[in-house]
Write a protein that binds this ligand. Structure first.
Ligand SMILES: Cc1ncc(COP(=O)(O)O)c(C=O)c1O
Length: 394
């Protein structure tokens, strides 16, 4: 489906639907009339089979206790095989009510209070919170940054592990908000270092399906034919790809018998929880029927990214990170706007609600993250506002 057709079919006004993105602007940003481009969900209805699956379940009228059916497991297994050539077994999959919830569990399952946990900054803020909220030591290692492009300083990465006796590393792959889809050699080096120092890797791959043309996502557990898989816990979900965040259904893949036993024992003791029948039905339908919708969505995201880059190219030092993965573009305004004026510029003058760089890492003030999973007109308006305001300054 082309961009125009996709948008005509799926774009929708989300105001007055209890949408965090659109209806909580006043509470979150103190201004209800901003162009909302923060928080990572989309301004598109999901694919029809997914809606149908939810409606069918709802129409049955009984919402009693259930369980995870084989059809769900098979849908996840097939998706991983077909898209990433990653062979997984049903026994390795655990279903959780979202990935952030699971991150909080992992911190408690696999580390003790005061243990050190590493993240590569700038990174998705719940990675910081799940460590700090649980009295663990948050160890941050900044990515290298050069005119929009983020890379890993492996020496600093290893040093951070050694110096702090790190027990767990939470990897974001693809990386939000740096936009990187990690190359095989980058993943290999990170995984090698973690294995050498006995650091458990939590690989959050929620953005796995949202990759730009020509970029190839490799599951951490599949690197080097699974050489590191016993030291990796993989987090996947249909939620980011198909706009199902509140259906609260994710798949955690744990290959190691030992790690799975720890997970199961912890869950038995602390987490008594039923599965969400709507989330299971929606995710199964997404993995079974969603491919064409996903491909069309990626075209919209690509076009929006191009609009952003083209619309701001007269400002050569406004660095926009290459968006290899995710639908979240990272802009560095530092050459044009003083760090402490970023909010006044982007919010008050450009009228856009964004995620601010410092939410992702202390050294990234002056960066803003913009959500491009929206109608092209919204991106055009935002870009035009930024360009107009910058012209007044330059
Ligand atoms: C890297 C990453 N992990 C997890 C999430 C959210 O996961 P969930 O909604 O399943 O808790 C997001 C949402 O933006 C994300 O970017």
């Amino acid at each position: 489906m082309e961009v125009k057709e996709f948008c005509e079919k799926y774009a929708i006004d989300r105001r007055n639907t209890v949408s965090l993105k659109w209806d909580a602007l006043d509470v979150r940003f103190g201004d209800p009339d901003l162009i909302s481009m923060w928080v990572a969900d989309m301004d598109f209805k999901t694919e029809e089979h997914i809606i149908e699956a939810i409606v069918k379940r709802a129409e049955h009228g009984v919402y009693g206790y259930s369980y995870v059916p084989d059809t769900y497991y098979n849908a996840v297994i097939n998706w991983e095989k077909n898209h990433f050539n990653y062979d997984i077994k049903k026994e390795w999959i655990r279903v959780t009510p979202g990935i952030v919830a699971a991150l909080y569990w992992f911190v408690n399952m696999f580390t003790k209070e005061q243990d050190s946990i590493l993240i590569l900054t700038p990174v998705y803020y719940p990675f910081h919170n799940c460590v700090k909220d649980n009295n663990r030591a948050l160890i941050t290692c900044d990515l290298n940054y050069d005119k929009g492009v983020f890379t890993i300083d492996f020496e600093r990465f290893e040093q951070a592990i050694v110096d702090n006796d790190v027990k767990m590393y939470i990897l974001c792959s693809p990386h939000n908000p740096a936009g990187r889809v990690w190359k095989e050699e980058e993943l290999t080096r990170m995984l090698e270092i973690c294995q050498k120092h006995n650091v458990l890797v939590i690989s959050d791959e929620i953005h796995q399906d949202l990759t730009a043309a020509g970029k190839h996502q490799i599951p951490s557990a599949a690197v080097s034919n699974g050489k590191y898989a016993s030291n990796v816990i993989t987090c996947t979900s249909a939620s980011k790809t198909f706009n199902l965040a509140t259906c609260l259904t994710s798949s955690i893949i744990i290959q190691s018998d030992e790690l799975r036993a720890t997970y199961d024992a912890f869950k038995k003791r602390y987490i008594q929880l039923e599965d969400n029948v709507f989330g299971l039905a929606a995710s199964e339908a997404a993995y079974t029927y969603g491919e064409e919708w996903r491909n069309s969505l990626l075209k919209v995201v690509e076009q929006n990214y191009q609009t952003l880059v083209d619309g701001l190219k007269e400002f050569p030092e406004l660095y926009i990170s290459p968006m290899e993965g995710t639908y979240l573009a990272l802009l560095n305004l530092n050459s044009y706007i003083k760090k402490e004026e970023t909010k006044a510029f982007i919010q008050d003058r450009c009228r856009i609600a964004v995620d601010f760089g410092e939410w992702f890492g202390a050294n990234f003030k002056g960066f803003v993250r913009i959500n491009l999973a929206t109608q092209p007109e919204i991106v055009q308006k935002a870009v035009s506002n930024i360009a107009t305001e910058l012209r007044k300054i330059c």
